[in-house]
Design a binder for this molecule. Structure first.
Ligand code: 0A1
Ligand code: ZN
Length: 860
C-alpha cells in the first residue's frame, strides 16, 4: 500500500523533457513463478551531453545488482527508495545493467508481470513497466527493445514478445531461449511478454503493398474455434485502415493473446496485443450478438492503435486522449461501416449521456486532457475516451471527411516516430485545412457539459424563421470558470413533408441564426448528436412525434422518442406526488402500435424505438435523482405498454421466425426486435410456454439470454427455473457463466442480497479475477438500481465492503467499482447521509492511491 509521501499529484504544467533518454534496451527473463530473474541492459544518453543524476522509476522490485559500463557498483553508489533508483554522476553516455528478481505469482494487481491461469503475461500501460524493472517509465522515452525469454519448453511452448522472432534455441537443460527484436522505438508502456501453453489459430493478411503478415491468436486449450471471428475481424480492420486512412501494418507478425485475468478490455502492445478473453472468444452457442459486435470493435480499436498510439505516441499521460479519443473515433467509424451507422451512433450517444455526463457532474470531473493526476490509472475514463472521441468527431464534422483525412496525413507525415501532444494533432488538422482552430482547442482544456438553450421565432410576414441559441457550461468540481466553446450544431427544418439540413457553427455565448422559409418549420436540433451537449428546447408532443416520423437523421428520430419519454417521466413524478397512478397518453400507444404493425425497414432501429429508456438514461436528466420514483415509473411504463399492446407484441414476435444462426446484420436486427417483443411479453400473463419454448429451442446465446433478461426484468416466476438450467449447462465455461453471475446480481428483488453472498461462494467465483468481480458487482450497481439504492442503505454498504476488500487485491478494480458511491450529492438527504458515511469510513483506512484519489475528492 502506498505511503503518504507518494500521494503527490502530478501536473501537466510541470512537464519537463527528460534529462536522460534510453535508446536501446535488452531484457533477459528467466521465468519462474515466484522468482523470475531479469537482466536489463540500457544504453543511456543525456540530452544535454553532460553527466548528471539519473532517476529511474521502480515499484515493488527486488534489486540484486547494478553495473555501469561493465563495472559492478557498490550499494553506496546509488540510492533505492520505494519508487526510485537514483544514480548520481551518470556519464553523458553509458551502459547500465540491472539485475532484478520478480514474483509474478504474488502479483494480484495485474500490473507488470503476472500469472493468468498459469501463463505469464504483462500489462505495462500506464506505469506498469516500473513493476518489471527500474526505468524512465514515461511515454516520451522511445527505445528499441530486444527481449530474451528463457523458460521450460514443455510447460511454456509459446514464448512471445514485441517485434519479430529472431532466434529460438533449445537449451541442454530442457529450457528454450527465444529472442525477439522490435525494430520500432517505443515507450515502455507498449512492452509485452507472454509465456504459456496455448492453442494457436493462424491466419494471414496481405497488405495493399503486397507484404504478407502472419496473424496468430493464442487462446486457452480447446478454444481455437472460438477465435475465428476475432481473426476475421482483424483482417477486416486491417483492410479498412488501408482504405479509409491509407495506413498499413508494419511488422511481419501480429499476435493476439487472450487471457482470463485482465484489468481492462485489451492492450495494444506493439505486435503483441493482450486481450481480455471475453473480447476474443465467441461462437453462436456461447456469445451474443453484442459480444460479437464488441469483439469486432475492440479488435479494431487495438489494431488502429498501431498508428494512433504506437507509431505516434503521447508525450505525457495528460495527452492520453491524443491516442484514445482518436482511436475510439476510428473504431466507431469502423463499426459504423461494418454495420448500422445509426445504431452505432445511438450507442455512443447513450454512453455520453449516461456515464460521461455523470462524470462531468461528479467529483472526478476533468477535461479530456486532465491537468492534474494522482493515479494515472484513474484517468482511463469515459471523458478521455468517449468525450475525446466526440471532440475528434466534431473536427471531422467541421472539416468534412476529406479535410479530416488531409489533417491525418499531415499528422503522420510530421510526427511518425514521435511522442507528441494534443496541440500537435489540432495543429496538423489546422494547417492541412488552412483553418484557425484556436477556439476549438478549448475542448481540450475545459471540463463539463455545455447546456445549449434554444428558442425559435417565426415571422410569417417576413417568411423568416429564427433560432436563438445560448450556451452555458455549469461549473464543475475541478473548474469554476467556463468559456464558450465552438459547437457544430446540425439542424434540419421540417416543413411540408420536406427536410432541409444545415450545419451551424456556434462560437459565442449567444447567437441568432435566420432561415428564409415559407411556412413555420419544426426544427430538428442537434441532429446526429453533433456536439456533446445537453439541449433544451420546448418541443410539443406533436412536434416530437413528427420528428420521430419525418426527420432524415435516424439519431434525431430516436432522440425525439427519448425526449417523449422524459416528458412522461416528469408527468409520472408529478402524478405520483399527488398519489395518482400515471397513465401514458393515447398518442404514444398509437405511435407504438403503428410501429409494431408496420415495422420500419431497419428492424434494429425499430427495436431501439420500441425500447423504454433505461434507468441511467432517465436519471441523468435530474440534478437530484428520485431513485425509487423513477424505478417505479419505468416499470409501470413497460407494464402499460405490454398490456395495452399485448396482441401486437405477440403478432410481431410471431412474424419474426428464428432462422439458423449467423452473425449477420439483418439477422442481428431481427433478433433485436424479437427480443424487444419478448421482453414485453414477459410482462403479460400466460406467456410461460412461449418463453420456455424460445429458451429451449434456440440455437444461439442471443435468443436464450433474451429470455432470461425478459424474465428478470418482469420478475417472472420462470426466472429461477431457467437460471438453474443455464448454470448447469455452463458451469464449466466461466466466461459464459459470467452472464449468469450478472443476471443473478441484477434481479430487482430483495433476495438478491442473499444471492450476492451465494455468488461469491460459488466455486467458479474468484476475487482475484476482475471479470468475475465485475460480473457480479458491476451488474449489481449498473443494472439493479432498485436494490443498489435500497432504502436501508444495504446496497451501498455491500459495495463499499467489496471495494475495500478489492483494494488490497487489485486497486484498479476497486477504484472503478467505487464510482457509483462517489456521486452522493445527486441523491435525497437520507441517501446522501448513507453514502457519505460509507465513504468517510473508507477514508479512515490505508487506501491505494487509486482509491484515495477518488474517495478524498468526493468528500472535499
Ligand atoms: N490502452 C488500452 C487500454 C488499457 C489501459 C490501461 C490498462 O491497464 C491499466 C490496460 C489497458 C486501450 O485503450 O485499449
Ligand atoms: Zn485504446
Amino acid at each position: 500500500m502506498s505511503q503518504v509521501s507518494s500521494r503527490q499529484a502530478k501536473k501537466l504544467s510541470d512537464y519537463k523533457a527528460p534529462e536522460f533518454t534510453i535508446t536501446d534496451v535488452e531484457l533477459s527473463f528467466e521465468l519462474n513463478p515466484q522468482a523470475t530473474k531479469l537482466t536489463a541492459v540500457y544504453q543511456l544518453k543525456s540530452a544535454s551531453g553532460k553527466a548528471g543524476t539519473l532517476i529511474l522509476d521502480g515499484q515493488e522490485l527486488k534489486l540484486l545488482s547494478v553495473s555501469l559500463d561493465g563495472q559492478l557498483l557498490n550499494a553506496d553508489c546509488y540510492q533505492v527508495t520505494a519508487e526510485q533508483l537514483i544514480l548520481p554522476g551518470m556519464p553523458a553516455k553509458a551502459q547500465l545493467e540491472l539485475n532484478i528478481e520478480l514474483n509474478p505469482q504474488a502479483n494480484t494487481a495485474l500490473e507488470g508481470l503476472y500469472l493468468s491461469n498459469g501463463a505469464y503475461c504483462t500489462q505495462c500501460e500506464a506505469e506498469g513497466f516500473r513493476r518489471i524493472s527500474y526505468y524512465l517509465d514515461r511515454p516520451d522515452v522511445l527505445a528499441r527493445f530486444t527481449t530474451h525469454i528463457i523458460a521450460d519448453d514443455t510447460a511454456y511452448p509459446a514464448l512471445l514478445s514485441n517485434g519479430n522472432l529472431v532466434s529460438s534455441t533449445l537449451l541442454p537443460d530442457g529450457r528454450r531461449h527465444v529472442t525477439w527484436v522490435d525494430p520500432f522505438p517505443k515507450p515502455s508502456y507498449l512492452f509485452a511478454l507472454v509465456a504459456g501453453d496455448f492453442d494457436c489459430l493462424k491466419g494471414s493478411y496481405t497488405t495493399g503493398s503486397g507484404r504478407e503478415v502472419a496473424l496468430e491468436f493464442y487462446v486457452d486449450k480447446g478454444n481455437k474455434n472460438r477465435a475465428q471471428f476475432a481473426l476475421e475481424s482483424l483482417q477486416r480492420a486491417m483492410l479498412w485502415d488501408e482504405q479509409r486512412f491509407g495506413l498499413e501494418y508494419d511488422l511481419d507478425i501480429y499476435m493476439v493473446v487472450a487471457v482470463d485475468f485482465f484489468n481492462m478490455g485489451a492492450m495494444e502492445n506493439k505486435g503483441l496485443n493482450v486481450f481480455n478473453s471475453k473480447y476474443v472468444l465467441a461462437d453462436q452457442q456461447s456469445a451474443t450478438d453484442t459480444d460479437f459486435f464488441n469483439i469486432e470493435s475492440i479488435i479494431g480499436h487495438e489494431y488502429f492503435h498501431n498508428w494512433t498510439g504506437n507509431r505516434v505516441t503521447c508525450r505525457d499521460w495528460f495527452q492520453l486522449s491524443l491516442k484514445e479519443g482518436l482511436t475510439v473515433f476510428r473504431d466507431q467509424q469502423f463499426s459504423a461501416d461494418m454495420g448500422s451507422a445509426t445504431l452505432n451512433r445511438i450507442d455512443a450517444v447513450k454512453t455520453i449521456r449516461t456515464a460521461q455526463f455523470a462524470e462531468d457532474a461528479g467529483p472526478m470531473a476533468h477535461p479530456i486532457r486532465p491537468q492534474q493526476v494522482l493515479e494515472m490509472n484513474n484517468f482511463y475514463t469515459v471523458t478521455v475516451y468517449d468525450k475525446g472521441a466526440e471532440v475528434i468527431r466534431m473536427l471531422h464534422t467541421l472539416l468534412g471527411q476529406d479535410g479530416f483525412r488531409k489533417g491525418m496525413d499531415l499528422y503522420f507525415k510530421r510526427h511518425d516516430g514521435q511522442a507528441v501532444t494534443c496541440d500537435d494533432f489540432v495543429n496538423a488538422m489546422q494547417d492541412a485545412n488552412g483553418r484557425d482552430l484556436t477556439l476549438f482547442s478549448r475542448w481540450y482544456q475545459q471540463s463539463g457539459t455545455p447546456e445549449l438553450k434554444v428558442h425559435s421565432q417565426f415571422d410569417a410576414k417576413k417568411r423568416e424563421f429564427k433560432l436563438l441559441m445560448q450556451q452555458h457550461t455549469p461549473a464543475t468540481a475541478d473548474q469554476a470558470d467556463k468559456e464558450p466553446l465552438l459547437l457544430p450544431v446540425r439542424v434540419e427544418l421540417l416543413a411540408e413533408g420536406a427536410s432541409l439540413p444545415y450545419l451551424l457553427e456556434m462560437t459565442e455565448t449567444q447567437q441568432e441564426f435566420s432561415f428564409a422559409v415559407s411556412q413555420k418549420p419544426v426544427p430538428v436540433l442537434l441532429a446526429d448528436f453533433s456536439a456533446p451537449v445537453k439541449l433544451q428546447y420546448q418541443y410539443s408532443m406533436d412536434e416530437l412525434l413528427q420528428i420521430a416520423r419525418d426527420a432524415k437523421d435516424g439519431v434525431a428520430r430516436w432522440d425525439a422518442i427519448q425526449q417523449l419519454w422524459q416528458i412522461q417521466v416528469k408527468a409520472a413524478i408529478e402524478a405520483n406526488s399527488s398519489g395518482a397512478e400515471y397513465q401514458l397518453p393515447a398518442a404514444l400507444f398509437e405511435f407504438y402500435r403503428q410501429l409494431l404493425v408496420k415495422p420500419l425497414d431497419d428492424l434494429a432501429f425499430t427495436a431501439e424505438l420500441l425500447t423504454v429508456p433505461a434507468y441511467d438514461m432517465v436519471a441523468e436528466q435530474f440534478d437530484e435523482i428520485p431513485v425509487q420514483t423513477l424505478v417505479v415509473a419505468l416499470q409501470s411504463f413497460q407494464q402499460q405498454l405490454a398490456t395495452q399492446l399485448a396482441e401486437q407484441w405477440q403478432l410481431c414476435y410471431q412474424s419474426l421466425q428464428a432462422e439458423a444462426y449467423q452473425y449477420q446484420q439483418q439477422q442481428v436486427a431481427k433478433r433485436a426486435l424479437r427480443s424487444v417483443c419478448l421482453h414485453y411479453l414477459a410482462f403479460v400473463a400466460g406467456k410461460d410456454e412461449l418463453l420456455r419454448q424460445q429458451y429451449n429451442s434456440s440455437d444461439n446465446m442471443t435468443d436464450q439470454l433474451a429470455v432470461l433478461r425478459a424474465c428478470r426484468s418482469a420478475s417472472h416466476p420462470l426466472f429461477a427455473e431457467l437460471m438453474s438450467a443455464f448454470e448447469q449447462r455452463w458451469n464449466k465455461d466461466v466466461l459464459v457463466l459470467d452472464k449468469w453471475f450478472s443476471l443473478s446480481a441484477s434481479y430487482p428483488q430483495p433476495p438478491v442480497f442473499n444471492t450476492l453472498e451465494q455468488l461469491t461462494a460459488h466455486p467458479q467465483f474468484s476475487w482475484q479475477n476482475p471479470n468475475r468481480v465485475r460480473a457480479v458487482f458491476g451488474a449489481f450497481y449498473q443494472q439493479n438500481p432498485a436494490m443498489f439504492h435500497s432504502e436501508d442503505g444495504k446496497g451501498y454498504q455491500q459495495l463499499a465492503d467489496v471495494v475495500l476488500k478489492m483494494d488490497a487485491i487489485n486497486p484498479q478494480v476497486a477504484s472503478r467499482l467505487v464510482t457509483p458511491l462517489l456521486s452522493w450529492k445527486r441523491y435525497q438527504s437520507a441517501r446522501q447521509q448513507q453514502l457519505k458515511a460509507v465513504l468517510q469510513a473508507m477514508l479512515t483506512r490505508d487506501l491505494s492511491n487509486d482509491l484515495y484519489e477518488k474517495v478524498s475528492k468526493s468528500l472535499s
